[in-house]
Design a protein. Structure first.
Lengths: 435, 275, 722
């Protein structure tokens, strides 16, 4: 292979043409997203279906969702470096990579979402310390720097880069100090995940979103941090599982996966209890105190009904929690993946509700429900990070030792490599395995 | 007065709109658009994307014919004071592009500071904030009528009613030149107040007992500025937004339409403060 | 030089660090915020010296005083003039939008002649000299052939010097065909003539009345002088004046009223007579100012007993009795007439019945009552000395038939123009002049009218705007708009006194337009002879100043001239006019089960002036959504037909068909559907054209048997799913 010198030692990668073909296909999707992004930048946000009732819409949901899903990075970092769950070192690289993708995507989407991207830096320059969004911006950018710092040593471990003594030493030293960054990351994540929850929770003009809380932080602040820590690992594990299916290789040992799954299960369980308490308080004290009832929020429109509460709390809360807590179910790959999927859906649904439904519910008694569907430009720019993420994973997986256990789990028989290479046409690595 | 005051006491500009008088003619809306260089598009029938700083809502009592009744309700920015100036929008703006003035009680909007995140719009339950989804384009020649007092907004920023703040500035400058200590009531009136052919809008300083708006509203500082006038109500008063637009109506169903109430609650019921 | 990896990396890293530390990125960042504030396509309005100039608005007959804020030579805002006797600082939505008309792209910017097919929109700019020459040569040719009477002129008004100049031009030229656009004014003048036996109009002292009984008059929907009526409405609220609105639909006026009396459409006259009958039978009438009472009384009591009126009008008998008692017992009761804005003349029977109520309540020429007043007669020009050609032309019958035979009582019958041109007229029309009117949009049965226009060989439009009528013209001689010209504005519009406002040029003419008065004087002079002699003034301004005489100085100083101490034209009402058949809606009940009524909204300019972009912006999305117009329908009627909110439907009437959307509205009588006037333009620009349905295309004129005036209040209709 042309690039065999770059490929980590002891692992096998698909032929170059397959890699490039896959990259090309995903790249086309990416180009579509970039086109939509340029439309939004040059023609303005009239390219979207947002309006004065939907100032926040698909993008902000995508932002909140991918940041929650990227929460696997800070939480596994916390578990490994601070709590001392050392087994997680076998998955932490991937968690960091996924986190990096999620956070860079979130920043990109924010840059498209604002009406005056050239002035985006005003959020730092003219910062209003009372605004949850200011807190988000600061913590998000800082944490993104942390993720970058965590990702850099991984890049430097590339076979060729590692040969440069400076890089080798840099990488080594960075590894040494990673605990500091993990701690910083966890601290920052606590605040930005929380302040994203605060974004909705502080809206005292919107009874559907508004929550009382502790000091300046509404309950959603804590719920968001908690749910990101709980559901983030689900996403890390789900992506790992998908990667294994696509590459047709076992990449992470079961004990590592099961450990993280179990922790996630308990986190989801405790989160769901907290969510139930929050919902009960909100429904019985906050909302009636403002002259409204849940009926106002869940009836009288075509989409938002009580099913959401059931889906969020039971179907995507208690159900995955129980599956992941119960050892036999957790150890069964099918059940586990179902639970992970439900978890990912659950946290995404929660973020949807806290963004989109907030906009949809009328507040003035004579106002009406406002429903919305995204324009293709919004969809394309939301898929853009997905394509970019897949590409970054493809490249990173190919050239970097992301999975420390890969070589051990997939020993190569040296003598057949040339022959296999010629025949691999029939087994393209990049196509998903049959379901 | 025992001591000569060096600084004027803070003002609190507000409005009383008599819904019994309002005819829904829309003059206030257009007076506002003309005064404030509000842009317009070829199709403005999508009201979710139509910049109208002052929007007139049509309320109905939902009773079948012939007991139907309608009422128009003009809704400018409510210039919420919230608690201590923390109006819903001001507290969320990440770039301090909107602010609550302690001098006038006016919620400002700095278009050149705003970078268009629209968080303030999400925060405002009155939908008083509008985003410039499009570049403002005036048909050929029409830009001639644009007033230099209010800068046209650029695409991608949020705008809203400013209580014609430029009129305040002009009145304040004039008062200063005239050697007056305060801005006289008649010297500062919003464009909508001035235009209203039914005389339904009264505007002035809610803190000043000499101003008509104070006399009509009789705000009760002990109860968060709630009006002592039994005909008066504020929109969504229970949310704690503490708005400065008071509405007057002799019709109970109209007053009830101003806020959310549980079935058993009386109109005018207040909520416990949640802050 | 060999670049090794280390030096390359050092270069890159050093370069990046150096750039970051240099002022460049910071400067660029800072600049970006400045660029994003100053895109060249976002206008920056130039500053300058601010002055206010007062004038009079003539966009509607209301006659409000306005104060225009100017920055240097630009008019930037129109406000109501404080202290003005009509509007005292208030202003309506149309008046506020005036600058969009002044500076808007729908202005006709130069005289033009048609070079393409009619209505194709292909024009060539020409000079005023050429334009005048085309007009005068055409007119002279026709006149020389002895066919001067085949020229007609349509004008939006017949009072004030400019319409008077046009009338004078027609007289000197030799045509009897000056036609004023129809409005309730026609019927009002006829009712005054019939009941009072004198020439004049009614005026209403609404401010001092204490019981208002409005038969569909859009008190806050643009009736009379709109701002004055808004102010009166608020005054009534303050004084707790009882206001009763009789109307099939809960209009804004009905919503403001103390009581809304939904009535079967078209039966207002019956209700008025029913109320009169109760008043008479219960001896609650004042016959002091009434003549011919005894005979009228007997017929009234025989034909309009409550039990008969109630089923006709759909109003409960006890409501009728209560209304009669309330009206009769009030100190200063006042009944108003003229549906909506009063855009349709209406029937004499209805006006006579409602005015009779006023007479029987004893409020004629009283404070808070109905006055019969004359127009201010300041236009005292010597009679035109007509030459032979003119005299013979003037002896010809009018093209619209007004003033003779069955139409003897009518002065103008524009509603008969279409049938005239389409074959029924006494002679073919050769030239049509149109000033201050847009009949191709505003007249009922628009299609027939447009077809008629297509057959008229030569049409001249004096419109300032690219309206539907201008689109049908051959020659455009655009007038200045009101903010660019001097003009006297005599105000009728239901005022109980005489008011004359003065429009002054607030800004210099923006385009190559010319004052209509000037155009007429120039044309007359060019035609020479007796026509030129009839126009002895050097220019329009001289004409205006001389005509106004002593009022000129007052008007230049004050902007308005008011005569409150006026002698009524007569004191006694001769009761008459009720024994005429009532006007029925066109169409048969079986094919067309519903009744379509047009309604007026102050937010929709429904006269000669098209809605400005600002106004259209205020129109609710239940009246106009995208390109679709709505019909209002009672949910009960709608659900029987299977229509839900926003559904598309085909609305068919005997006159036309349109695609509409359904708007469910509880405030409309079941079986009745309503549609806003003023939409469905095809001309103007993208801000107005193609929006909604022109209800005039669905309704045809129905002649009032007494006069021939259009008295259509609606038409039978049906709705089908589209």
């Amino acid at each position: 292979m042309m690039d065999s010198a770059l490929i980590p030692k002891g692992v096998k990668r698909c032929p170059m043409w397959q890699f490039l073909l896959g990259l090309g296909i995903v790249g086309a999707v990416l180009a579509w997203g970039v086109y939509a992004m340029l439309l939004c930048w040059f023609k303005g946000l009239n390219q979207t279906n947002m309006n004065d009732y939907y100032g926040f819409a698909l993008w902000i949901w995508a932002d909140l969702a991918i940041i929650a899903l990227g929460g696997g990075a800070f939480f596994s970092g916390l578990l490994k470096y601070i709590v001392g769950k050392d087994e997680l070192k076998h998955i932490i690289n991937y968690a960091v990579l996924i986190g990096f993708i999620c956070y860079s995507s979130a920043l990109l989407i924010l840059a498209i979402d604002i009406g005056q991207p050239l002035r985006g830096w005003f959020i730092f320059w003219h910062a209003n310390v009372h605004s949850m969004l200011t807190e988000v911006a600061f913590c998000l950018s800082c944490y993104f720097s942390v993720l970058t710092i965590e990702y850099i040593p991984l890049i430097l471990e590339n076979r060729q880069l590692d040969k440069v003594p400076f890089f080798h030493n840099l990488s080594h030293n960075m590894h040494e100090t990673m605990a500091v960054f993990a701690a910083t990351g966890a601290f920052l994540s606590f605040f930005h995940q929380g302040s994203l929850g605060g974004v909705a929770g502080v809206l005292f003009g919107r009874p559907f979103a508004f929550r009382e809380g502790l000091l300046i932080w509404p309950w959603t602040f804590f719920l968001f941090t908690w749910s990101a820590a709980a559901y983030g690992p689900c996403f890390t594990l789900l992506i790992t599982w998908i990667t294994e299916k696509v590459t047709r290789k076992k990449l992470v040992k079961d004990n590592v996966v099961e450990l993280l799954a179990k922790i996630s299960g308990w986190m989801i369980f405790t989160y769901t209890i907290a969510k139930i308490c929050d919902t009960a308080r909100w429904a019985n004290i906050t909302v009636p105190g403002l002259g409204q009832t849940l009926t106002d929020f869940y009836t009288g429109n075509a989409l938002y009904g009580y099913w959401i509460l059931f889906a969020e709390i039971v179907l995507c809360g208690l159900v995955p929690a129980i599956i992941l807590i119960s050892a036999p179910l957790r150890k069964n790959p099918t059940w586990r993946v179902i639970a992970l999927l439900l978890g990912v859906i659950g946290v995404s649904l929660n973020r949807w509700v806290m963004v989109l439904q907030v906009m949809a519910v009328p507040v003035m008694p004579f106002d009406h429900w406002a429903l919305y569907y995204p324009s293709w430009q919004e969809v394309a720019t939301t898929i853009l990070p997905l394509a970019y993420g897949i590409m970054l994973i493809m490249i990173s997986y190919r050239y970097l030792p992301i999975f420390p256990q890969e070589a051990e789990l997939n020993p190569i028989e040296e003598e057949t490599s040339a022959a296999v290479e010629a025949k691999t046409e029939s087994t393209p690595d990049l196509e998903p395995a049959e379901a | 007065m025992k001591h000569e005051q060096k600084h004027n006491p803070p003002m609190k500009y507000g409005m009383a709109i008599d819904l019994d008088k309002c005819t829904g003619c829309g003059a206030c809306m257009v007076a506002c658009m003309a005064e404030n260089n509000v842009s317009f598009k070829k199709d403005e029938s999508n009201k979710l994307d139509s910049i109208t700083w002052l929007r007139v809502y049509k309320l109905t009592n939902d009773k079948p014919y012939p007991n139907t009744d309608i009422c128009y309700l003009p809704r400018p920015c409510q210039h919420c004071e919230g608690h201590g100036g923390h109006s819903p929008c001001v507290s969320v703006c990440p770039a301090t592009a909107t602010d609550y003035s302690r001098e006038t009680g006016i919620v400002s909007q700095i278009y050149t500071r705003c970078f268009g995140c629209r968080y303030c719009m999400a925060a405002c339950p009155y939908h008083a904030r509008y985003f410039n989804w499009w570049d403002p384009v005036w048909p050929d020649g029409m830009e001639k009528y644009l007033s230099p007092n209010v800068s046209p907004r650029m695409r991608g920023v949020v705008e809203k009613c400013s209580f014609c703040f430029h009129r305040y500035q002009l009145a304040k400058n004039k008062a200063y030149l005239d050697g007056e200590r305060t801005v006289p009531e008649a010297a500062y009136q919003t464009a909508c107040t001035q235009a209203c052919p039914a005389g339904a809008i009264v505007f002035g300083d809610l803190n000043n007992p000499n101003h008509q708006v104070h006399q009509v509203v009789k705000p009760d500082p002990k109860h968060g500025g709630k009006s002592k006038n039994p005909r008066a109500f504020r929109l969504l008063e229970r949310l704690g937004t503490n708005p400065k637009i008071y509405y007057l109506s002799s019709r109970e169903w109209v007053r009830r339409a101003g806020d959310n109430y549980l079935a058993h609650e009386k109109t005018g019921q207040v909520s416990k403060p949640h802050h | 030089m060999k670049v090794d990896r280390r030096s390359f990396l050092s270069f890159v890293i050093g370069g990046a660090a150096g750039t970051a530390l240099s002022p460049l990125p910071w400067k660029l960042t800072d600049d970006s915020s400045i660029w994003s504030q100053m895109w060249p396509w976002t206008p920056v309005p130039p500053d300058g010296e601010v002055v206010y100039e007062d004038s009079t608005c003539s966009l509607c007959p209301g006659g409000c005083g306005i104060s225009v804020r100017k920055v240097d030579n630009r008019a930037v805002k129109i406000e109501g003039k404080k202290g003005h006797p009509v509007n005292d600082g208030g202003i309506c939505i149309l008046g506020l939008s005036g600058l969009q008309l002044l500076y808007g792209p729908t202005r006709i910017k130069s005289p033009m002649k048609r070079i393409g097919e009619r209505g194709e929109g292909k024009w060539q700019n020409i000079s005023w000299d050429e334009a005048t020459a085309i007009l005068t040569e055409k007119l002279t040719d026709i006149r020389d052939k002895g066919e001067a009477h085949t020229v007609a002129a349509i004008a939006g008004s017949d009072s004030g010097t400019v319409p008077a100049l046009l009338q004078r031009f027609m007289t000197a030229y030799g045509s009897p065909n000056f036609i004023r656009t129809p409005s309730h004014r026609d019927t009002d003048e006829l009712a005054v003539k019939t009941l009072f036996g004198a020439i004049g109009r009614t005026g209403f002292d609404v401010e001092n009345a204490d019981f208002i009984l409005s038969f569909g008059s859009g008190i806050v929907d643009g009736w009379g002088s709109p701002v004055r009526m808004f102010r009166a409405s608020s005054l009534w609220k303050e004084k707790n004046t009882t206001v009763v609105q009789v109307e099939p639909r809960l209009s804004n006026s009905a919503a403001k009223a103390t009581q809304w009396v939904p009535v079967n459409p078209g039966t207002e006259a019956d209700l008025a007579l029913g109320i009169a009958a109760v008043m008479v039978s219960q001896n609650m009438v004042d016959t002091g100012a009434v003549s011919g009472f005894s005979g009228w009384k007997n017929e009234l009591l025989a034909n309009y007993p409550t039990e008969k009126v109630s089923p006709i009008t759909g109003v409960n008998a006890d409501v009728i009795v209560e209304l009669a008692k309330g009206f009769a017992k009030a100190n200063r009761p006042l009944a108003l007439c003229g549906r909506g804005k009063g855009l349709v003349p209406g029937s004499l029977r209805e006006a006579a019945a409602i005015y009779a109520l006023n007479a029987l309540a004893g409020n004629i020429n009283q404070d808070g009552g109905m006055w019969a007043v004359s127009e201010a007669d300041y236009i005292q020009w010597p009679d035109v000395a007509t030459d032979k050609l003119a005299s013979s032309g003037l002896r010809q019958p009018r093209f619209d038939g007004a003033g003779a035979g069955q139409y003897a009582k009518a002065r103008y019958l524009l509603n008969r123009l279409a049938v005239g041109v389409n074959g029924d007229g006494p002679y073919p029309l050769q030239v049509l002049l149109v000033a201050g009117a847009n009949p191709c949009h505003d007249l009922p049965d628009t299609q027939s009218l447009q077809a008629a226009f297509a057959q008229i060989p030569f049409i001249v439009s004096f419109s300032s705007f690219k309206d539907e009528t201008a689109a049908m013209a051959d020659l455009l001689l655009p007038d200045h708009v009101y903010l660019e010209r001097y003009e006297d504005v005599p105000v009728g519009a239901g005022l109980a006194h005489q008011v004359i406002g003065l429009s002054k040029p607030v800004v210099s003419p923006q385009f190559n337009t010319r004052h209509l008065g000037e155009t007429l004087i120039t044309a007359a002079k060019a035609m020479g002879g007796s026509i030129a002699d009839a126009f002895p003034w050097d220019d329009y301004e001289t004409c205006l100043e001389k005509t106004l005489a002593e009022k000129w100085d007052v008007l230049m100083e004050e902007g308005v001239w008011v005569e409150t101490d006026i002698e009524p034209v007569a004191d006694t009402v001769r009761l008459a006019g009720k024994d005429v058949p009532s006007v029925q809606a066109e169409g048969d009940v079986n094919s067309f089960p519903l009744l379509l009524i047009p309604y007026d909204s102050i937010r929709l300019s429904s006269g000669y002036i098209g809605d400005a972009p600002f106004m259209i912006k205020t129109v609710a999305d239940t009246i106009l959504k995208g390109k679709d117009g709505f019909v209002e329908i009672n949910p009960q009627t709608a659900s029987a037909a299977g229509f839900s909110e926003g559904a598309l439907a085909t609305l068919t009437t005997p006159r036309g068909e349109a695609r509409v959307r359904i708007h469910l509205f509880e405030g409309i009588k079941p079986g009745v559907i309503a549609m806003a006037r003023g939409l469905g333009h095809t001309a103007y620009d993208g801000y107005l054209a193609g929006k909604g349905v022109n209800v005039n295309e669905l309704i045809g004129p129905v002649e009032d048997p007494s006069s021939g005036h259009d008295a259509a209040w609606g038409i039978r209709a049906k709705l089908a799913k589209a």
